[in-house]
Design a binder for this molecule. Structure first.
Ligand code: ATP
Length: 234
């Protein structure tokens, strides 16, 4: 469904991605793991159309999307839950959710999407009139996911969704990710929580210094001695 081939990205003279290639099958969950600064966020942002790669290809379904603007990528069906949640703090929960449906592909079905999001996150329904900035961290993460779902994506990219969440909320977040996957959503997951993300992943890629160092099924990577030592503290 999504195929990245030989992607290069630079910040000025500094190369952040070096010939990165990966493939995401429709309906699968793909984990991208790596140390701080390995290039995970740069990769997600390149796919999302926020950063412009210097070379390489990003194909989504039958289209080349490398270098396309982010609103276009979003409208083709790639949603993103950015690092740090990024809700609009002074807008209400309802307004934040409505913002998720402004792209053309989402407008027609917005009412149904709204009902589906509230069914998934009942806590948001109780807080519809509340300013998003007054929600707890966990509720803001639900809102960020709900807003993304309002855009009716076929593929969702999560960038460090568990960052800063209490352990109980991290479990809840992973339950949500499993539910979305079970419903057929295609998921790309960047997580510092390497063990948990490889457990839910059909496939995983290890990024090191902007390069793919290893790839395999989630189970293969979990059992890999180098992964165990570098990322699982074993
Ligand atoms: P983290 O987990 O810390 O977010 P990451 O794996 O997501 O790490 P990136 O944020 O993609 O890594 O960063 C990859 C490299 O690019 C790092 O060396 C980083 O310092 C550099 N970098 C990231 N953003 C910029 C920027 N705006 N300008 C210059 N260099 C940047």
């Amino acid at each position: 469904m999504l195929t990245v081939t030989d992607l290069d990205l630079f910040y000025g003279d500094a190369q952040a991605l070096d010939r990165v290639s990966l493939a995401v099958a429709e309906g699968s969950t793909t984990a991208i793991v790596g140390a701080n600064g390995a290039g995970k966020t740069s990769l997600i942002r390149s796919i999302a159309g926020i950063l412009k790669p210097a070379a390489g290809s990003i194909r989504f379904r039958d289209r080349e999307i490398a270098g396309q603007p982010s609103h276009r990528v979003c409208d083709l069906g790639i949603g993103q839950v950015a690092e740090g949640r990024q809700v609009f703090p002074s807008l209400t929960v309802r307004e934040n959710l409505e913002m998720g449906a402004v792209i053309p592909r989402a407008r027609a079905g917005a009412k149904d999407s709204f009902a589906r999001v509230l069914a998934m996150f009942p806590r948001l329904e109780e807080r519809l009139g509340q300013a998003a900035g007054t929600l707890s961290g966990g509720e803001q993460q639900m809102l960020a996911i709900g807003r993304c779902l309002m855009g009716k994506p076929d593929l969702i990219m999560f960038d460090e969704p568990s960052l800063g969440l209490a352990p109980a909320l991290v479990s809840e977040l992973f339950r949500t990710i499993r539910t979305l996957a079970a419903d057929g959503m295609t998921i790309v997951l960047v997580e510092q929580n390497v063990a948990a993300s490889l457990k839910v992943a059909d496939r995983g890629y290890v990024l090191e210094n902007g390069r793919i160092a290893l790839s395999g099924t989630g189970a293969e990577l979990l059992a890999d001695p180098a992964v165990k030592q570098a990322y699982l503290g074993l």
